[in-house]
Unconditional design. Structure first.
Length: 290
């Protein structure tokens, strides 16, 4: 299965693919360029918005607002005015750390990780955030915390730690937000790259962008078996998200960071945006409530 180039973004570090149903648009970010993008699915019109700082994650909140995870905190972004409003501070005193990937659970809590900008080992953490409890520290000693997904019954949370090439399963209490380690469910062979962004389909399978692996791979988290692959003409896929009116399109972001001049000549579409219809549908994303 192959994906189609949807937009020549040439992102340095394209990330955070996300579907905003109210706007009939996919969003994504270029972390190091401090840019968020919107592409209207019906017209392919792209809007590029600059923000004041690295932005690792964009999450749908309403038709007119989104939440942005930036280097030092969680912000609300207003599309009409391009104004950002800081909601919560995150590790502001750790100047070399930044936020990374995350998602929203069924109650509207925001979950995300932090990491050292130079990927220093075990320098990051894992957090949840909500209006009632504020910022809650969940785990320490994270290196590159990445994609998150929940089972349909909200009993299991899956989480990627890219530095260990692993996807772990956590027993999850949607009422309290408590998590308890259950088991490592997927161990990605190094020849397939490193697991990065992730999403889940309605059959309970995980779609994982493999950084360095030239594709998005479909894994069964119950058996740990590889089920399918979407091949890409670039080495560094970073994130993926289902969207569209029927939730049957998969958007894929990629990066060109760290590639040599020779590699960029070999893989000129690195950093571009791709789309595919994989033959299944994705889980509908929850809206953040902060």
């Amino acid at each position: 299965m192959n994906a189609t180039n949807l937009f020549h973004a040439r992102n340095d570090l394209g990330e955070s693919a996300c579907w905003f149903a109210e706007r009939n648009s996919f969003f994504w970010t270029d972390i190091t360029a401090s840019v968020i993008y919107e592409i209207e699915l019906s017209t392919s019109k792209v809007t590029k918005r600059n923000v004041a700082g690295m932005v690792s994650l964009i999450l749908p909140e309403s038709k007119n607002t989104a939440l942005l995870l930036m280097q030092d905190g969680i912000y609300r972004y207003f599309f009409a005015t391009d104004i950002t409003e800081k909601l919560m501070e995150v590790e502001a005193a750790i100047t070399n750390n930044r936020t990374n990937d995350g998602d929203v659970d069924s109650t509207g809590r925001v979950w995300f990780g932090t990491m050292d900008s130079n990927c220093r080992k075990e320098a990051g953490s894992f957090y949840s955030a909500d209006t009632i409890s504020g910022l809650q520290h969940k785990l320490s000693n994270m290196t590159i915390p990445n994609g998150i997904a929940w089972t349909a019954d909200n009993r299991i949370m899956y989480h990627v730690e890219s530095a260990r090439n692993e996807v772990s399963a956590w027993n999850f209490d949607s009422i309290t937000g408590d998590i308890h380690f259950k088991e490592t469910v997927i161990k990605v062979p190094s020849e397939l790259g490193s697991p990065d962004g992730m999403c889940m389909d309605t059959e309970g399978m995980l779609w994982i962008a493999h950084y360095g692996g030239f594709g998005v791979y479909r894994w069964n988290p119950e058996t740990g078996l590889l089920m399918d692959k979407i091949s890409l003409p670039v080495p560094q896929p970073t994130s993926c998200a289902f969207g569209g009116e029927n939730m049957d399109r998969l958007l894929i972001t990629t990066a060109k960071q760290e590639l040599t001049t020779e590699q960029l000549t070999l893989y000129p579409e690195s950093g571009d945006l791709f789309i595919v219809t994989p033959g299944c549908t994705g889980m509908v994303k929850h809206r953040a409530k902060l």
